[in-house]
Design a protein around this ligand. Structure first.
Ligand code: SAM
Ligand code: SF4
Length: 317
């Protein structure tokens, strides 16, 4: 379905849960995550009905995210049912990777085609710091499980944070020399509760290219990342710039939160509730939300913070 600015909305991102087995500093608070009760959250049948309603309006790709989607007990069943919805061509998943050794093969068999993993640093102390509770070796085991499970594509996302990991750009980019993965750098976004990052933390993606002079531009793959490749690499370097060069004009996505709110824009306060509705009711709300998708997310920086009204774990990054 086209929004009122003529953008064809074909991509639905679903946050399956606010909960997470990590506590990344830019994403969620250290404590106080479970503010909503179980009956306020979308159950498995409602999630599947929402995808059916979305598919009937032209959604073709679904990304399952969170919070951490793999902490959902019924994650494999959700993936299988969403992948089977008529019209859905691709189910992808974004995860911190910690639970992939247990779940990777099952997820692949359930129909998940592509996987995005999150990793901001290759330094164990820094990983423990940024995730508050994570251990880097768990990520490495998850990456190995992802590669063994045979997903069509594995990408690794790093949030670029000035003063934290901008000295590791080369090291992170070198993962594309070692593994058949894309390494993507994403600009830090100023969301809700995190205010421990000062102005210097918000660095533009051009900082990456300055440190990778040998990187060669390659054609885009249909996504929002600008792509480059190191000579001899097995995967691409991707640069995602929601702030310094926003892609709102080509935005084809809409988001669903774990408590059933459709968000036509990640950084806008507008929300449209699906909770408790049947297929026809959900379809009508999808139409309303898509029609009302904002033109762009407005200025974002350390001063002009996101108007999302939620932390990233509650929206689905
Ligand atoms: N737990 C999963 C994970 O970490 O991959 C999925 C959910 S997480 C919210 C999805 C992505 O959002 C992660 O790659 C994370 O780094 C990114 N993210 C979270 N907060 C962000 C922020 N303030 N700015 C930019 N990216 C952010
Ligand atoms: Fe959890 Fe992902 Fe947020 Fe980190 S970025 S706290 S892993 S939801």
């Amino acid at each position: 379905m086209f929004d009122k600015l003529g953008r064809d909305i074909t991509y639905l991102r679903i946050s399956l849960t606010d909960k997470c087995n990590l506590r990344c500093r830019y994403c969620m608070p250290a404590e106080g995550v479970c503010r909503r009760s179980h009956h306020e959250m979308m159950n498995e049948d409602e999630i599947v009905t929402a995808v059916e309603a979305a598919a009937s309006l032209g959604i073709r790709k679904v990304r399952l995210t969170g919070g951490e989607p793999l902490v959902k007990k019924n994650i494999v069943s959700i993936c299988r049912r969403v992948a089977a919805v008529e019209g859905i061509r691709e189910v992808c998943l974004t995860t911190n990777g910690i639970l992939l050794p247990q779940l990777g093969t099952q997820l692949r068999e359930a129909g998940v085609k592509r996987l995005n993993l999150s990793l901001d640093t290759l330094n164990p102390q820094k990983y423990a710091y940024i995730t508050r509770i994570g251990k880097l070796e768990q990520f490495h085991r998850g990456l190995e499980a992802a590669l063994e499970a045979g997903f069509e594509k594995v990408k690794i996302n790093a949030v670029l944070i000035g003063g934290f990991n901008d000295d590791e750009i080369k090291t992170l980019a070198n993962l594309t020399m070692m593994y058949p993965v894309d390494m993507r750098f994403i600009e830090l976004m100023p969301i809700q509760d995190h205010d421990e990052f000062g102005e210097g933390a918000y660095v533009p993606y051009s900082r990456v290219l300055e440190q990778l002079p040998e990187a060669i531009a390659v054609p885009p793959d249909g996504g929002v990342a600008k792509l480059y490749r190191l000579p001899g690499a097995k995967g691409n370097i991707g640069l995602i710039s929601p702030i310094s060069a926003h892609f709102c004009g080509e935005c084809n996505r809409i988001r669903l939160t774990a408590d059933g709110k459709l968000k036509p824009c990640l950084h806008a306060p507008d929300e449209f509730s699906l909770k408790g509705l049947d297929f026809e009711g959900m379809k009508a709300v999808f139409e309303q939300a898509i029609r009302n998708k904002p033109a762009w997310h407005g200025d974002l920086d350390a001063v002009n913070r996101s108007r999302a009204g939620r932390n990233m774990n509650e929206i689905g990054g």
